[in-house]
Structure formats: structure tokens, C-alpha cells
Design a protein around this ligand. Sequence first.
Ligand SMILES: C[S@@+](CC[C@H](N)C(=O)[O-])C[C@H]1O[C@@H](n2cnc3c(N)ncnc32)[C@H](O)[C@@H]1O
Length: 210
Amino acid sequence: MSNKTPDLRAAYSLKSPEENKRLYAEWAGDYDDNFAALEDYQLHIHTARAFVAAGGQGPVLDVGAGTGLCGAVLAGLGVGPIDATDISAEMLDQAMRKDIYRDAIEADLNQGLPVPRDSYAGVVSSGTFTHGHLGPEALPALLRVARPGAQFALSINAKHFEALGFSDAFGALEAEQISNLSFTEVRIYGELAAGPNKDDIALIALFEKG
Ligand SMILES: C[S@@+](CC[C@H](N)C(=O)[O-])C[C@H]1O[C@@H](n2cnc3c(N)ncnc32)[C@H](O)[C@@H]1O
């Protein structure tokens, strides 16, 4: 058991993949009701819509899929097949109950993905490139499993983007590994949100594997 109450504040202060595993094991059962619904979480919707608007198609990998909120929107928009990957077996268990994913891949993205290279035509991620979670060093592992031309839609918390130097990381990738890079600002939460993070912003990075 973790000594942290599973909520956004605790999630943003996580220090390691092991702490992520512990917190999300506890949070999985009520993440959708006691976090996403209560806080009017919208980021998964923005991310899935941006992917589809950019012409994204399956097979898609949903990175840090959690309980499957982004995958559910993608599936509703007619995209598939979709695989889910996450460090938390308990979150993936919730995702698989939604009956939208082809496969669940339990992995710490910092250690790479146990998937053959060039497997996916699309990669999405919602809410996982944020404080206490994943930084830009995880990007090469995603590029490895994407096919040439694969469409990416990755949401990145705007303050985390600044703090961890995502701009430089994307600049380096743009030199030879990705193309058509653009960023769109979106609000992470909707009008019903009331907590201290209610006005938080994310950037959705759209790009193609070069
Ligand atoms: C805030 S949740 C977002 C879940 C979902 N995408 C959404 O938008 O609701 C962040 C997810 O990232 C996962 N995560 C954290 N660190 C990770 C890592 N090192 N590798 C893979 N997944 C990780 C957590 O287990 C959790 O499910």
C-alpha cells in the first residue's frame, strides 16, 4: 500500500516508476468516477479528436492508457485496433473491462516497450507526460514501435513541458526523426472543474514519424 491518498496532488508529486505503480494500483478502481467525472477531465477527448483530425489511423498504441478513457473516445470515433500500454496492471485491468482494446501491454516506458519495431500506424497519449510521470526521454521508445509515417498525438502538461525541456527534445528529433510537428494548447479540465488545477493547460504535440 502507498502512504499517499490517490489524487491529482499525490500523482503530481510522484518520484519514481515504483511510486507510480503503487499510487495507480490504489486509484484504478475509482479513477473514472472520483477523478475524471468529478474534475470534468477533458484531455483524453482533446487528444483523441486531435489524432483523428490529423488523419490518424489504427493500429494505435495508447501510451499510459490508464483506465482507457482516451481509447474509448478513439473507438467511438471509429479508430482501431487499439492496444493499451501502462506501468499499472490495475489500471490496465480497468481499461480491458471497457472492451475496446485489442491487447494490454504492461511496461515501464522508461525501460522501453516489449513490442516489435514498426508495429503501429498511430500513437496517442493523454495525461501521462505530466508532473511525476514521464519526461521526454520516453519519446525514442515510442518512435521505435511506430511505422514510418505514423501519426502521433501526445498531450504534455504545459508546465511540465517547460520544466523538462520538451522543446529541445522535440527540436533534436525534428532534425531527423519526425516531421510536421505542431502544438495545440488545450484546457485539461472543463467548466465543472473546481480544484486547484482547474485551469491547467496541456500542449498536444502532433507529428509524424519521419
Ligand atoms: C493521469 S493517468 C492518465 C491515464 C489516461 N491516459 C487518461 O487520460 O485518463 C497516467 C497514467 O500513466 C501511467 N504511468 C506512469 N508512469 C508510467 C511509466 N513509467 N510507464 C508507463 N505508464 C506510466 C500510470 O500508471 C497512469 O495510468
